[in-house]
Ligand binder design. Structure first.
Ligand code: FDP
Length: 342
């Protein structure tokens, strides 16, 4: 018989979950809890706009180019502005940095400063926007290292080992928020009728047995011998393993999320496609580090092909890095191929 109480007892809102996580850290002041909640709110706001994208004429590009030389889409602008506005006045942050801005984003002088810095890629996979395909937002939070005053570059250029929170929002069949504070990875799905993120994926563990490999194979001619051989290995062409299935959305959040749940590997290697980007396309601070932290917390691994992404000391805000991320054994195999064949 239908028992509403049974159903209600299974519901955990993101707010309740964050507050319960806070209890694990008795020293916590609650600042981080509210910061996460602000990010969830910003995500809901962005999701409400992405869902209406084609209807409200926010599809398409602006005439501007961002610091990476890529055309800024209108939704990128909206997402960027949304995250900034939801977090600029709270007194929780000392500074922000966004993939869409060349420099640090200061907290406006009229607002108080806080002890954290927030880094974000407001709309990852934005080349998919016009085709109504998965996009996402990636965020990460560090404790500031400087003592006081406005946050500085030093506060943002920290290795992933120092991360306090990392997460992403994925705008797809449904909207999800996935995050870690260093005690497991938890996923929430937005219930549009309640306007609330509800816990649907508690303590996500990436399967050891990979199901998919995800790479833009269209660029194979620009790859090193090691990357080519590793890919042949994943296809079972060297006779050493059963082939994995290929899946590539071209939206890092989407490809990572699928492989996190199914097991597998995503990689965007260094290549010879564009001499100005010898380290590949992805950004260390806004993309690779936060997802590496999530992968590790889920039992997976992320490497730049030589070593752990989380151990890299960033040198600049928009630094790029090769990225191999997913099930541990597959990423370690990639490292072996690169070591042996270059
Ligand atoms: P996009 O340019 O659409 O924003 O880093 C950005 C990113 O997408 C990733 O999300 C995605 O994995 C990758 O670039 C796709 O690049 P390719 O088109 O070169 O495969």
């Amino acid at each position: 018989m239908y028992d509403p109480d049974q159903q209600l007892m299974r519901i955990t809102t993101i707010e309740r979950h964050i507050l319960e996580e806070q209890k694990i850290h008795p020293e916590a002041t609650g600042t981080l809890t509210y910061l996460l909640y602000d990010l969830a709110m910003a995500g809901k706001y962005i999701a409400s706009h992405t869902a209406r994208a084609g209807l409200v004429e926010v599809l398409g590009s602006t005439e501007e180019y961002n610091v990476q030389g890529e055309q800024v889409m209108k939704l990128d602008r909206l997402a960027d502005q949304t995250i900034f506005r939801f977090n600029d006045h709270t007194g929780r942050l000392a500074a922000m940095a966004s993939e869409e801005h060349a420099d640090l984003i200061p907290i406006p002088e009229k607002y108080p400063l806080g002890k954290y810095v927030l880094l974000f890629d407001p709309l990852d996979g934005s080349s998919n926007i016009d085709y109504n395909t998965t996009i996402g937002t990636i965020f990460s939070v560090y404790r500031r290292v400087t003592k006081d005053g406005p946050g500085t570059l030093e506060d943002c250029l920290q290795p992933g080992r120092n991360l306090v929170v990392a997460g992403y929002l994925i705008y797809s069949v449904s909207t999800m928020l996935v995050y870690t504070t260093g005690s497991g990875v938890h996923g929430f799905t937005l219930d549009p009728s309640l306007g609330e993120f509800l816990l649907t994926h508690d303590n996500i563990r990436i399967p050891d047995e990979g199901k998919y490999f995800s790479v833009n194979q269209g660029y194979e001619k620009y790859w090193s011998e090691g990357v080519k051989r590793f890919t042949r290995h994943l296809q079972g062409l060297d006779g050493e393993r059963k082939p994995l299935s290929a899946r590539y959305i071209g939206s890092l959040v989407g490809d990572f999320h699928r492989n996190l749940l199914s097991g597998g590997i995503f990689y965007y290697p260094a290549d010879r496609k564009d001499p100005s980007k010898p380290e590949g396309k992805l950004r260390l601070l806004y993309e690779a580090i936060p997802l590496a932290f999530i992968a590790e917390q889920a039992g997976g691994y992320a490497s730049n092909g030589k070593g752990n992404i989380l151990d890299i000391q960033p040198a600049s805000l928009h630094q790029r890095t090769p990225l191999f991320i997913g099930s541990r054994e597959l990423v370690e195999t990639a490292e072996q191929y690169l070591k042996t064949y270059g």
